[in-house]
Design a protein around this ligand. Structure first.
Ligand SMILES: Cc1cc2nc3c(=O)[nH]c(=O)nc-3n(C[C@H](O)[C@H](O)[C@H](O)COP(=O)(O)O)c2cc1C
Length: 343
């Protein structure tokens, strides 16, 4: 059943309009053009460090897939590209493989991506469904990941007829896991953002860093509305198409609260200019999911082309902002558009 759901999610995300009715909030910012950058375009250095690893660019291929036959090739294409471009990559939820070991190979990418920063992925709610530190350790080791990302997805689960909706006591279980797992733990949402109060509890729990996965990109209420078996289920989901904390709003709030806590900005990032705006707002890394899935589903070449376009946009945006390195970017490079969107 889980594997069938993974296939349905992939198919819907590739074929239907599943964009949130909310915007990321990034459109409220623009990078201040610097007509005198005093450097050459080639001087721009996109490299950065995250989780103690050097990346060639501050980009993460966000958690998407695994656990279905067609996911295997997509994961391998994403991983090959991450290796080629020196990016980080997260796998999709590994629950399917933990429950059906025959599906494990759909997550195996280390043979094509021996050097990448690779993140394992599980739903935090599974800690209330029998998963313990040993299960999490197996998830990490089975794919030779460098860290574990737990996703929080209460709305997504609530909209699924078969969803796991007992989110009681999770902060404490995450805290115990942080103490017993040998690799760092990060926590993400799946497209509705992380609030200040959630982040405060996760910080106290000892979580290494957060991935905001805010509103404005892929909307799981839209995905689940397409999967609905009855009109009633679809109508329930329909009220949530603009739900969530926009990516920019969550990023600004959390960065103001923790100047140094590692933060990944994601949720609705669609081009390299938006990547640079997120970096200027304080993100350490920027994640993208569905646009890369669409390219990867087409072909490896289409994925490489998409990444070349995004990285070229990042380079040019940094050049024309006068920022030579990722660390140079800060809020002084940004202006706010007024309420009418005019600069
Ligand atoms: C097909 C698909 C499957 C996903 N599966 C997972 C998952 O298993 N675990 C997870 O943490 N996030 C998952 N996500 C959420 C993404 O990691 C990301 O947070 C979200 O899609 C918002 O990013 P986007 O607007 O760039 O797509 C999935 C997204 C897509 C499109």
């Amino acid at each position: 059943m889980l594997s069938a759901r993974k296939s349905e999610h992939l198919k819907i995300c590739l074929e239907k309009d599943v964009s949130s009715a909310a915007t990321t909030g990034l459109e409220r910012y623009r990078l201040i053009h610097e007509a005198l950058p005093e450097m050459a375009l080639a001087d721009v250095d996109l490299s950065t460090e995250f989780l103690g690893r050097r990346l060639q660019a501050p980009l993460l291929i966000s958690a998407m897939t695994g656990g279905a036959a067609e996911a295997r090739e997509i994961n391998r294409r994403l991983a090959r590209a991450a290796q080629e471009f020196g990016l980080a990559m997260a796998l999709g939820s590994q629950r399917a493989a933990l429950e059906t070991p025959a599906l494990m190979s759909t997550y195996h990418v280390r043979d094509v991506a021996p050097d990448i920063l690779l993140l394992a992925n599980l739903g935090a709610v599974q800690l209330n469904e029998g998963y313990d530190a040993e299960t999490c350790r197996r998830a990490v080791e089975s794919v030779r990941a460098d860290a574990l990302v737990l996703h929080l997805n209460p709305l997504q689960e609530a909209l699924q007829a078969e969803g796991d909706t007992n989110f009681c006591g999770l902060a404490e279980k995450i805290e115990q896991l942080c103490q017993s797992l040998a690799v760092p733990i990060l926590v993400k949402e799946v497209g509705y953002g992380l609030s200040l109060s959630a982040a405060q509890r996760l910080y106290r729990a000892g979580v290494w860093g957060l991935d905001i996965a805010g509103a404005g990109g892929t909307s799981w209420s839209k995905v689940e509305a397409y999967r609905a078996r009855t009109r009633e289920e679809a109508e329930v989901a329909a009220a949530f198409t603009d739900w969530g904390i926009p990516t920019a709003e969550a990023l600004v709030t959390l960065r103001a609260a923790w100047p140094d806590w590692p933060l990944i900005a994601s949720g609705g990032i669609r081009n390299g200019v938006e990547v640079v705006i997120c970096l200027a707002l304080g993100a350490n890394l920027v994640g993208m999911a569905r646009p890369l899935l669409q390219a990867a589903a087409e072909s490896y070449e289409a994925l490489c082309s998409r990444l070349r376009i995004i990285l070229r946009q990042v380079r040019i945006a940094m050049f024309c902002t006068g920022a030579r390195t990722v660390a140079d970017l800060n809020p002084t490079h940004l202006a706010k558009r007024d309420a009418y969107g005019t600069p």
